[in-house]
Design a protein around this ligand. Structure first.
Ligand code: SAM
Ligand code: SF4
Ligand code: SF4
Length: 385
């Protein structure tokens, strides 16, 4: 096996000043980017900390005890996050996903959920409000999250085999505690629940079938994610990616599947339904999803924006730079800028989104290896996927 090379990198990406357009751009709910894509999905990372060290995301060698995490004062407060979210919603966002790091490590997260759950779209609808978690604290927090207004959760789980799972999270965390978290989420009605499994060839691909069997008919949708070249610390190699087509093929050999049409425009997962004895999709057996971020680019209808815990806005998972929205919220005395009003923030967001032309996955093959869209990349644990 080739030696794994971990490049030495500065994990903080450069920051761009948010524009302050001279003419106001009020929200119309119909904001389009430079490639005609609307803004619909906002992912908010609430912490850069995690209690796992998944090798593909926060390898121990890099995220060790000398790693500097952001101080609490650098993080957006819940009020600041909600203020930004309200403006994003006015611009057309319909779905908010909380992520991290591990979002459940952020103290009092249910209070943020409560504030976000109270937001309404311009036509009076509640948002699709969800959260991605490693599940380690879910058994304890599911009830409070549900009561606060969270609608559903996605739980990351890379194996059912305890030894493989402990090795992958690299902190010896047992699989049974994540399964207990899943059960608690189901019991309080945080559904429909999705489980995300990142597939790494020769690491956990032998778990594809056991996972598919386990979740078939359970009410949980299992989604297989291709191991991605996010960030610069995980030593990503193409030969460790198992293409989704092969995942489907392996499952098909034992459990018949039929392809289903997408639920929504911009949906990242290709859907496959478990078939019954008649060869048709049997809804009681559920479905699986495959997310082929590496082998099949899906930038054409990408409607996702990402907000980091310190208030930087990223337009692509592979972006090299983020826009400093915190400076708008708090003012930037070094540059003689006061705090921005809601209208000014709305104009800034509009100008940023209108200038967006990111489509990294479509361009990946043409880019030099280990170079992001702008030569450097943010880490998955910083931006949350
Ligand atoms: N800690 C939470 C969790 O693990 O669910 C939320 C943050 S985590 C960064 C979000 C998702 O990104 C997880 O499902 C994780 O498996 C996935 N992820 C992290 N690094 C990845 C990579 N290199 N390729 C594909 N997915 C990755
Ligand atoms: Fe933590 Fe999630 Fe990254 Fe694993 S994938 S290290 S649980 S942030
Ligand atoms: Fe969206 Fe960037 Fe992913 Fe393409 S590579 S789908 S633009 S996040």
């Amino acid at each position: 096996m080739a030696e794994r090379v971990i490049p030495l990198v500065d994990l903080r990406s450069p920051v761009l000043a948010a524009p302050r357009p001279l003419e106001a751009i009020p929200p119309s709910g119909q904001l389009l980017d430079g490639l005609g894509r609307p803004l619909r999905d906002l992912r908010i990372s609430v912490t850069d900390r995690c209690n796992f060290r998944c090798n593909y995301c926060m390898p121990k060698e890099i995220f060790d005890r000398n790693h500097h995490y952001l101080p609490h004062g650098a993080l957006l407060s819940f009020e600041e996050i909600t203020r930004l979210a309200r403006i994003f919603v006015a611009h057309g966002v319909r779905k908010i996903r909380l992520t991290g790091g591990e979002p459940l490590l952020r103290k009092g997260l249910e209070h943020l959920v409560e504030q976000l759950a109270a937001l309404r779209t311009p036509d009076g609808q509640p948002l699709d409000l969800t959260l991605t978690t490693n599940g380690s604290l879910l058994a304890r927090k599911a009830r409070a999250l549900k009561d606060a207004g969270l609608q559903r959760v996605t739980v990351s789980l890379d194996a059912l085999d305890d030894a493989i799972f402990r090795r992958m999270n690299d902190v010896d965390f047992p699989v049974r505690d994540v399964l207990a978290g899943l059960e608690a989420a189901q019991a309080v009605g945080l559904g429909p629940i999705k489980v995300n499994m990142v597939v790494k060839r020769d690491t956990n691909d032998q778990e594809i079938l056991p996972m598919a069997r386990h979740f078939r008919g359970s009410g949980v949708t299992l989604r297989f994610i291709e191991y991605m070249d996010v960030g610069a610390t995980n030593g990503w190699r193409m030969d460790e990616v198992l293409p989704s087509a092969q995942v489907v093929e392996r499952i098909q050999q034992e459990l018949p599947l039929v392809q289903l049409s997408p639920n929504a425009i911009g949906e990242t997962a290709e859907r496959w339904g478990h078939a019954g004895a008649d060869g048709q999709h049997d809804p009681s057996l559920g479905e699986i999803g495959v997310i082929s971020s590496v082998t099949q680019a899906f930038c054409g209808d990408c409607n996702r924006a990402r907000l980091s815990m310190e208030g930087r806005l990223y337009l692509c998972l592979f972006a090299g730079q983020g826009y400093d929205l915190r400076a708008l919220l708090r003012g930037d005395m070094d540059h003689g800028m006061g705090r921005a009003s809601d209208a000014e923030i709305a104009s800034a967001l509009a100008a940023i989104w209108q200038g967006r032309t990111d489509r990294y996955s479509e361009l990946r093959a043409a880019l030099p290896a280990a170079a992001g869209a702008a030569g450097r990349r943010i880490e998955m644990s910083y931006i949350g996927g």
